[in-house]
Structure formats: structure tokens, C-alpha cells
Design a binder for this molecule. Structure first.
Ligand code: ATP
Length: 334
């Protein structure tokens, strides 16, 4: 294990079937940093979190949490970690305050200290006003904040956040990001899974992509984005029927096609852009729209997984756009 690794995982294997589960996943998360574990549905993210948080035993491999072997000393690991997921065991009928006090008691805090810890966390998550209301009356955002608050009761030094902001509105997401940033600034190590790649970009120092139970790419967000090229150019022809003909005309470029637009990876040089626009000109195909942007983690995601984008937009937060090539996937994963 590297000296500063809060989480060190080697060759983790958990085969549910011959093709589902985890097959040799390794990762290191440095002390006081955020690692985002990303991948499509069924990739194995939750299985990693469940093994690391000692809920599931792997078939093979090793897991060290804070330097402690999680497989032989799960109790010691449980004392250092917090886990927040959507199935947190809060009692809907109890108030937010009562839930936190109850979990604090489960952490063996004496009654008075349990109340103090509950009040601290209600304050941290801006839930003090709603503290006396039953959880079933909470909005989705308040509920997710409470889930996270519960995971923090024991002052964990290592936190597992499994899709912490799923279903939240943008303001609630940003509020949770701020809380997470604050925890990390105070030295907490976070392993985060999320479907929102902009969330990973905003919070994580390192990113690991997994698919079909295997690591397919890893690096900092900046490294991963730089590997797929200096600029992404989105070209929307005047009609969707013209997407395929334009793609054929641009065969010399690294092009991925969606329903309504083409996405072209080019270098940083202005000459690259000029060359592309000249080729579009030569094709004689009119554009309804175009944009030039730096790559996002969404672009990386579609490149490394080879998955088709569901629709065409260029918004980095919703991951829509175009299909991508196997060759590009291999290049980024290398
Ligand atoms: N207890 C289990 N028994 C059998 N198969 C399982 C079990 N848990 C997970 N799997 C399978 O293992 C694979 C990985 O599941 P996992 O929940 O870890 O993926 P994920 O990346 O978290 O997906 P999602 O984003 O949909 O939550 C899936 O094919 C899933 O069906």
C-alpha cells in the first residue's frame, strides 16, 4: 500500500456469475482526497462500495482501509468509515432530530452527547428548522442531507458516498457539494459513486471508470479529458438526414455520430479547426449549428465505455450526444 493511501484495493474479485460482478479491480485513494468511481449501470460500483464497507465478502483480492485489512478486521474498519446511500435506514416516522439521536446512541454516545451530535449535524446540513418534523414530510434534498448526516455521526475519516445527489434539484446538489468539499478540506477521504459526471469533475481529484467489473480507465479528470483531444467540435447539420453523409465526408477525422449531430475530436491548434471547417465547406453540407468546446468527462465516459449516447446535446451534465469508436476507447484506456 502506498504510504498515503487511505483506501488500497488489490485484484478484487466477486463473481456473481461468469460475467457479472467484479473481476480484478484495484484502486488507491489518497488520504484526504475524493476518488470518483464511475461506470454504467451494472458496472460494479455498488459492489465495490459494499465490499469496502465490509457488507459483502469478495471471492479474492485485498482491501486495506486506513491501513487496516478489511477482510480480517471488519469491526476496526467499520469504526473508521461512514456510508451514505439511498437505502439508509432512517425511520420515516421519526423526526430528523430523533433519527440522528437514535443513530448516535447506536454509536454508543451517551444520551446528552447524542443530542449534541444530532444538533451539530442538523446545523451542518441546514436542517435545524425541519429537525422536529417527521422524515416522511422531507423533500428529496432534505432526505439526502439526512442520509449523509447519519453517515457522519461517528466522525468517520473515510466516507463512502453511493450516488449522494441522485434525484436532487441543482440547488440541493450544489449545497451537498459544498458540505462534501468542507468535509474533504477537514481531512476526510471520500469514495464517491455518481451518475453525474459533472459531479465527479467538481468534487474528485481522481476518477476510476469501471465497466463489466473491470477498471477501464483512471486518472485525474484533466488527464482523462486531455487524452481524448484538445477540443471537441459539435456539428449539427441542417437536417438529421445529413448526419451520416457529413460523417462520410469527414472520414479523415476522429468523428462520433449521434442522431442529430456529429462530434469531432481535434487538436488544440487553430489550424486543426481550420482544416475541419474547410472539410465541412467542401462537403457542401449546411450546418444549423456548431460549437467548439474542451472535452468533458461525459466525452471520456462515452469514449472509454464505447456506449452509445442516448440523444444529441452538448450539455456536459447530461451525457448525451453520439456513439463512439472502439479505437478511441482503447486509446483513452491505454
Ligand atoms: N447480490 C447479488 N447477486 C447477484 N448479482 C448481483 C448482486 N449484486 C450485484 N449483482 C450484479 O453484479 C453486477 C454489478 O452490480 P452493481 O450493483 O455493483 O453495479 P453498479 O455499477 O452499482 O450499477 P448501478 O449504477 O445500476 O447501481 C450487476 O450485473 C448486478 O446485477
Amino acid at each position: 500500500m502506498a504510504e498515503s493511501a487511505a483506501i488500497a484495493v488489490r485484484d478484487l474479485t466477486k463473481a456473481y456469475t461468469a460475467t457479472t460482478g467484479l473481476f480484478g479491480v484495484s484502486l488507491d485513494v489518497s488520504l484526504g482526497s475524493v476518488m470518483a468511481l464511475l461506470g454504467p449501470n451494472g458496472a460494479g460500483k455498488t459492489t465495490v462500495v459494499r465490499i469496502l464497507s465490509t457488507l459483502v465478502r469478495p471471492d479474492a483480492g485485498s482491501v486495506a482501509i486506513g491501513g487496516v485489512d478489511a477482510l480480517s478486521r471488519p469491526d476496526a474498519v467499520q469504526a473508521m468509515i461512514g456510508v451514505a446511500n439511498q437505502s439508509a435506514a432512517v425511520d420515516e416516522k421519526l423526526t430528523g432530530r430523533a433519527n440522528l439521536a437514535m443513530f448516535a446512541r447506536l454509536h454508543r454516545l451517551p444520551r446528552t452527547q447524542a443530542r449534541v451530535r444530532a444538533a451539530e449535524l442538523l446545523e451542518l446540513f441546514d436542517l435545524t428548522e425541519a429537525a422536529g418534523k417527521p422524515v416522511k414530510s422531507y423533500s428529496g434534498g432534505m432526505r439526502r442531507k439526512l442520509d449523509l448526516a447519519v453517515s457522519l455521526i461517528g466522525h468517520p475519516s473515510i466516507l463512502f458516498l453511493d450516488e449522494p445527489t441522485t434525484g436532487l434539484d441543482p440547488a440541493s446538489r450544489l449545497a451537498l457539494w459544498e458540505v462534501i468539499d468542507g468535509l474533504v478540506a477537514d481531512g476526510t477521504t471520500v469514495l464517491l459513486t455518481t451518475q453525474y459526471l459533472d459531479e465527479a469533475d467538481a468534487l474528485a481529484r481522481d476518477v476510476t471508470f469501471i465497466d463489466d467489473g473491470r477498471v477501464i480507465a483512471r486518472g485525474t479528470p484533466a488527464e482523462l479529458k486531455s487524452r481524448i483531444g484538445g477540443r471537441q467540435v459539435d456539428l449539427t447539420p441542417a437536417s438529421p438526414d445529413l448526419v451520416a453523409p457529413l460523417a462520410r465526408q469527414l472520414a479523415g477525422f476522429e468523428v462520433t455520430s449521434g442522431d442529430r449531430a456529429l462530434h469531432v475530436s481535434i487538436g488544440d491548434d487553430v489550424a486543426d479547426l481550420r482544416r475541419l471547417l474547410t472539410a465541412v465547406d467542401v462537403s457542401g453540407i449546411a450546418l444549423a449549428d456548431y460549437s467548439v468546446r474542451t472535452p468533458t468527462l461525459d466525452d471520456v465516459y462515452f469514449h472509454v465505455t464505447g456506449h452509445e449516447r442516448p440523444a444529441d446535446t452538448t450539455d456536459s451534465s447530461d451525457g448525451s450526444g453520439a456513439a463512439t469508436s472502439e479505437a478511441a476507447a482503447k486509446e483513452v484506456a491505454a
